[in-house]
Design a protein around this ligand. Structure first.
Ligand SMILES: *[C@@H]1O[C@H](CO)[C@@H](O)[C@H](O)[C@H]1NC(C)=O
Ligand SMILES: *[C@@H]1O[C@H](CO)[C@@H](O)[C@H](O)[C@H]1NC(C)=O
Ligand SMILES: *[C@@H]1O[C@H](CO)[C@@H](O)[C@H](O)[C@H]1NC(C)=O
Ligand SMILES: *[C@@H]1O[C@H](CO)[C@@H](O)[C@H](O)[C@H]1NC(C)=O
Ligand SMILES: *[C@@H]1O[C@H](CO)[C@@H](O)[C@H](O)[C@H]1NC(C)=O
Length: 462
C-alpha cells in the first residue's frame, strides 16, 4: 500500500514560480505531517534557507513517504538529510550529471536517493522518497542558498506553501540583515484575509527585519471543525535596501563573491583588495580550478580607481607584486596570466599569509600609493586546515583580529568538503566580513554563470 505526501515549499525570487504537481489520486491519511518549518536568513541579499518537514507513518504497514520541493535554478542545494527513527542519513550533494547516474543506480538497487530535476525553464524540483516502517517517523531537512535579485524596485522572497493537511507545528521564519539599512519591508500572503494577516509578526529595525508566521491548528482550518487547511499559496516578503549610503559593497553568491563595487547612485569609494590564495598541495584539481574561475570573475568587477594585490601561499609566501597595483586593464591582464600559472604545492600557512596582506594594505596607506579615502578588504581563498607555521586556530583568529583591528574586512571562501569552515566563518565575522563554502562536487560551470546575472544587470542594481 502506498501513500503519498507532497510538500511544496520554496523561498524563491519573484517570477520564478512553476506549477506544482500533486498526486491527488493517492490517499495519504495514514501519513501525518506534524511539523513544517521554513527558516530563511538573508544577509546582504544572500538567502540561506532551511526547510524541515516531519512526518509519521501511522499505518500498520510500511509505506513510502515523499518530500518534494520546487526551487529556483539559481538556488544551490548545500545540504540534505533524513532522520529516520533517530538515525541520521546525510546526503551527498553531487554535481548533476553524476547525481543522475548514482540516482538511477541507487533506485534500481532499492536504496533511497534524492534527485534534482529540471521542472520548467527556471525551476528545479528536488524529490526524495523513503520507505518508512509502520509507526515510524522521518524528518527531512533541505538547505539551499541563493542570491536574491532586485526587480521592480525591490527584493522578493517568495515562499510557496501547500502542506495539504493541518500541521501541528507550522512555521515560516524569515530574518533579514542588510548592512546598508532597510528602506521598507512588507509581508503578504495570497491565502490570508486581512484579519489573518494580523497573524504575521513583523519587526523591523534599521538594518534587521524579523518576520514570522506560525498559525495554530485552529487558525489553519478553513472553518471551525473542518479538516481543510487555508494554507495554500504564496507567502511573500518584499523589501528594499537604502540606496544612498552604499559604499563598495561585497556580496556573495553560491560560494562566489559577487561585487556591487559600483552603486549607481553615488560616486563610489575606491576599493583596495588583497587576494590571499592558497596553493597548497591539497588545492589540486577542481578546487584550484574553481579558485581561478572565482578570481577571474572578481577581477572583472574591479574599477580602474581600485587597487589590488595577489598573495599566493603554501608554507611560503609569493607576491605577484610587492605593492598594490592600480586596477587598470593592463594590470588586470597581467594578474590574470599570473593566476593562470598558479600550481599547487606545499603545506598551508594561513596565519603568515593573512598578516602579510594586512601589512601590504597598511604600507599602501603609509606610503600614499593607495587613495586616502578608500575601503580595504582581504579575500582569502583556501581549503584551509592550517598545517604550517602557526596552526592553532584560536591563535590565528586572535592574531588576525589584532592585526586588522577593525580597519579592514576579511572575506573567506572555503573550498572542498574537508575545509574547517567554522574556522573561516568565525574569522570572517570577527573582521567585518563573511565566509562561504564551495563544495567540490558542485557544478562549477553553473555557479560561474550565475555570477553574471546579479552583477551587471543595471535593472538589478538600480
Ligand atoms: C492493519 O490495518 C488494516 C486496515 O487499516 C486492518 O484491516 C488490519 O487488520 C490491520 N492489521 C493489523 C495486523 O493490525
Ligand atoms: C548537513 O546536515 C546534517 C544534519 O542536519 C548535519 O549533521 C551536517 O553537519 C550538515 N552538513 C553540512 C556540510 O553542513
Ligand atoms: C599598474 O599598477 C601600477 C601600480 O599602481 C601603476 O603605477 C601602473 O601605472 C599600472 N600600469 C598600467 C599599465 O596601468
Ligand atoms: C614544491 O615544494 C617543495 C618543498 O617546498 C620545493 O622543493 C619544490 O621546488 C616545489 N615545487 C614547485 C614546482 O614549486
Ligand atoms: C584602526 O582603527 C582604529 C580605531 O578603529 C584607529 O584608532 C587606528 O588608527 C586604525 N589604524 C590604522 C592603521 O588605520
Amino acid at each position: 500500500m502506498w501513500s503519498v505526501v507532497l510538500l511544496w515549499l520554496s523561498c524563491v525570487p519573484a517570477g520564478l514560480q512553476a506549477a506544482a504537481v500533486y498526486r491527488r489520486d493517492v490517499p495519504h491519511q495514514k501519513v501525518e505531517v506534524y511539523s513544517v518549518t521554513l527558516d530563511c536568513t538573508v544577509t546582504s541579499r544572500f538567502a540561506h534557507t532551511v526547510m524541515t518537514s516531519k512526518a509519521l507513518n501511522k499505518a500498520n504497514s510500511s509505506q513510502e513517504i515523499f518530500f518534494d520541493v520546487d526551487l529556483p535554478k539559481t538556488a544551490f542545494i548545500t545540504n540534505f538529510s533524513m532522520e529516520i527513527d533517530g538515525q541520521l542519513y546525510v546526503g551527498n550533494v553531487k554535481e548533476k550529471e553524476k547525481a543522475k547516474k548514482q540516482y538511477d543506480k541507487a533506485v534500481s538497487s532499492g536504496q533511497t536517493a534524492g534527485l534534482v530535476k529540471a521542472s520548467g525553464r527556471k525551476m528545479e524540483k528536488f524529490s526524495v522518497s523513503v520507505n518508512i516502517a509502520a509507526l515510524s517517523s522521518v524528518v527531512f531537512t533541505l538547505t539551499y542558498e541563493e542570491l536574491l535579485q532586485r526587480k521592480l524596485g525591490h527584493y522578493e522572497i517568495l515562499t510557496r506553501v501547500k502542506p495539504q493537511q493541518l500541521v501541528q507545528e507550522f512555521k515560516i521564519v524569515v530574518n533579514i540583515f542588510e548592512p546598508q539599512g532597510l528602506a521598507f519591508v512588507e509581508a503578504e500572503a495570497s491565502f490570508l484575509t486581512n484579519d489573518l494577516l494580523l497573524l504575521v509578526d513583523k519587526t523591523v529595525t534599521d538594518k534587521k527585519a524579523h518576520i514570522s508566521f506560525t498559525p495554530t491548528l485552529e487558525q489553519q482550518r478553513t472553518c471551525p471543525g473542518c479538516e481543510g487547511s487555508i494554507i495554500d499559496g504564496d507567502f511573500i516578503i518584499k523589501y528594499d535596501v537604502k540606496r544612498e549610503k552604499s559604499l563598495g559593497e561585497i556580496q556573495i553568491s553560491n560560494g562566489y563573491f559577487v561585487h556591487f563595487f559600483a552603486p549607481p547612485d553615488l560616486p563610489r569609494v575606491p576599493v583596495n583588495v588583497v587576494f590571499v590564495i592558497d596553493r597548497s598541495g591539497s588545492m589540486s584539481g577542481i578546487k584550484m580550478q574553481q579558485t581561478k574561475e572565482a578570481l577571474k570573475a572578481i577581477f572583472d568587477d574591479l574599477h580602474e580607481e581600485d587597487h589590488f594585490a595577489l598573495i599566493i601561499f603554501d608554507n611560503k609566501i609569493i607576491k605577484w607584486r610587492k605593492y598594490l597595483s592600480k586596477a587598470t586593464q593592463q594590470n588586470i591582464t597581467a594578474a590574470q596570466s599570473f593566476v593562470k600559472r598558479i600550481k599547487d604545492n606545499g603545506s598551508t600557512d594561513v596565519n603568515s599569509a593573512l598578516q602579510e596582506a594586512v601589512k601590504m594594505l597598511k604600507n599602501g596607506h603609509r606610503k600614499n600609493t593607495i587613495p586616502e579615502r578608500s575601503t580595504d578588504m582581504i579575500i582569502l581563498l583556501t581549503d584551509g586546515n592550517p598545517n604550517s607555521g602557526e596552526s592553532s586556530i584560536p591563535v590565528i583568529q586572535k592574531n588576525i583580529q589584532a592585526a586588522i583591528a577593525g580597519n579592514m574586512s576579511l572575506f573567506c571562501l572555503g573550498f572542498g568538503n574537508d575545509v574547517d569552515y567554522s574556522f573561516l566563518d568565525v574569522m570572517a565575522r570577527e573582521n567585518l566580513g563573511l565566509a562561504r563554502r564551495i563544495f567540490e562536487g558542485s557544478d562549477a560551470g553553473l555557479q560561474v554563470q550565475q555570477l553574471q546575472s546579479p552583477l551587471l544587470l543595471p535593472g538589478n542594481l538600480a
